[in-house]
Write a protein that binds this ligand. Sequence first.
Ligand code: RI2
Length: 311
Amino acid sequence: MTTLTETAEKIKNMEIRGAGRIARAAANAMKEEAMSIETADLEEFNKRMREAYTTLLNTRPTAVSLPNALKAVMRYRADSVEEARQAIIANADAFIAASENAVKRIGEIGARRIKDGDTILTHCNSSAAFHIFEAAFKQGKDINVVATETRPRQQGYITVDFLHKAGIPATLILDSAVRYYMKKVDLVIVGADAITVNGSLINKVGTSQVALAANEARVSFICAAETYKFSPKTLFGEMVEIEERDPSEVLSPELQKKWPNLKVSNPAFDITPHKYIDMIITEIGAIPPEMAYWVIKDKLGWELEEAAGGI
Ligand code: RI2
């Protein structure tokens, strides 16, 4: 059994990465934590669970799937430790099952947007987007997926590995080749780390440049996102924090020493304004980005934010 601290470390160093995977790993870590706490004192149990919540929450700041998953697991009321433990286990199992079903449903809905012969460009590695490619390919559509390398962590390699294993034709390109390549592309499909109340997309850095190039070439830009990637706190005016990762991901420590006055900036995500997004494919349907407010308010519910206050 992996301990909670180990899971937290793996999320931090990106051994566990991708907004959906992070959320499921965090839910599972909370479940295992609940199963392992040995006390009959409910207050002590709740305190330990809150500590676990904070440890996981503080791993990476941007993907809203993480706080949304943690809040979903922590939504319980109990009169005994056993009741609390069972509620947490049930909540975590339900979240993980719903999350796995959501990507399957996104695959089915998204595949309808893909035509036989389409070339689809994707950025980084998104399992939600991949489910769409896989579903379309299984329907017998002849597709080619163009994957960007995605500097500095090269998640594009993970994407081409997924595609290779599924037998889907793929082309790997440099991030800087996106605009040059866009004339050969029919559709862009990317994932999401967070979607704000005004329908803007927070995703892997470079996504907004892809969106600009798609817009210029009149290529549809689609985002694949489970509803738990929508950010409730943005309804209350809060901003999504963009993670700044270590400079060593961009420039080796040796070269950093060689140029001691050089500043290296490494934002992991960027923001694509909703006007560049044609549609967001969620498990409850394909929606225009302008409907983000409705998803947050009616589907996720205000209680998500209230739960944040209660934890
Ligand atoms: P799925 C990733 O972030 C990428 O930005 C990707 O688009 C997003 O999570 C969603 O991934 P990182 O963890 O949930 O690589 O669709 O920084 O797999």
